[in-house]
Ligand binder design. Sequence first.
Ligand code: HEM
Length: 298
Amino acid sequence: MSFPVGVATVFAGLLIWAVLLVRGLQTGLYRNAIYCGIALMLFMNMGYVINGVPASIASFIGIYDVLMNVGLSPETSAAAVSMCADNACTAWGDVYTQHPAWGAAFYDRFANGPAFRSQLLYGHIVFNSIAFVLLHVQLFRPGYGSNRAAHRVIGKMSFICLTISLVCSVWLASEHGAVQAYGGVLAAYGFYSMAAVVYACAVMGVLALRRGPDGRGVTAHRVWMFRYAGAMWGSFWLFRVLLFFTDPLFRDYEAVAILISIWISAPAGAVLGDLVRRRLDGTTAGTARHRELSGIAN
Ligand code: HEM
């Protein structure tokens, strides 16, 4: 077996991230943890462009194989566990022969599917990764004063990237009715709902700006953009971190783990984004600065 360097790097990255999160909890400063989450996302997603879809999916599944196989002997089988042809769907070689069933199906869909399907996946991954990075540029450099022009341009670029990415993802999701290991129609509608939550937050944020220059529009814009950021973090990171634990927990129940991630990640992320904004507003000078810069009377 060749050692799965990519999987090991992701585990090392997750460990560093956990340390930064704990430090964030201690100090109240989360910027390093946020940067680490973005860097790890880019590392994982750029793999698709560099190594191609099948190799990257095998690496992705290799991450989940580790916990999924705890306490599972090669002879036993479970409803949400499956094998794949030539054991090609994992970066672990023959170390693990049983995989999350959604993972084996994911690999099969792209390794043995039409080229157009992979192109849709590239479109989704590349444009969503750009939108994910840009949303942080926007949050860390809000559009007050001299930042205003750049904020507007980046905001438009971001919105276009998000739209392209979601068209690709909804297209892919429309094929899921036939994929039982994902949950069939429930997965398709789950992904639609995920896209709807993320897009609704972004659209509401843009529409809010039409409420006029008195500052209220800017306040509502900020509220929706924190929700949007939360929904994006949810649909990428909460989705994948949840699966880490739900995969082994629900391995006796077909598609339950993946369906939980599909249905819960984006709305839970949006709620968390809102809570973060409320906390910032309640405990720091952030609101005062926002009110001053956007011209809202105290
Ligand atoms: C916004 C809501 C989102 C929806 C509705 C969505 C939907 C999807 C769908 C349908 C697939 C393909 C599964 C298949 O056809 O077999 C997928 C895979 C993927 N998505 Fe998304 N996604 C969302 C958010 C994101 C975000 C924010 C990112 C990156 C920043 C992202 C990155 C990926 C990646 C990398 C994959 C391949 C699997 C992996 O390696 O993680 N997605 N997504």
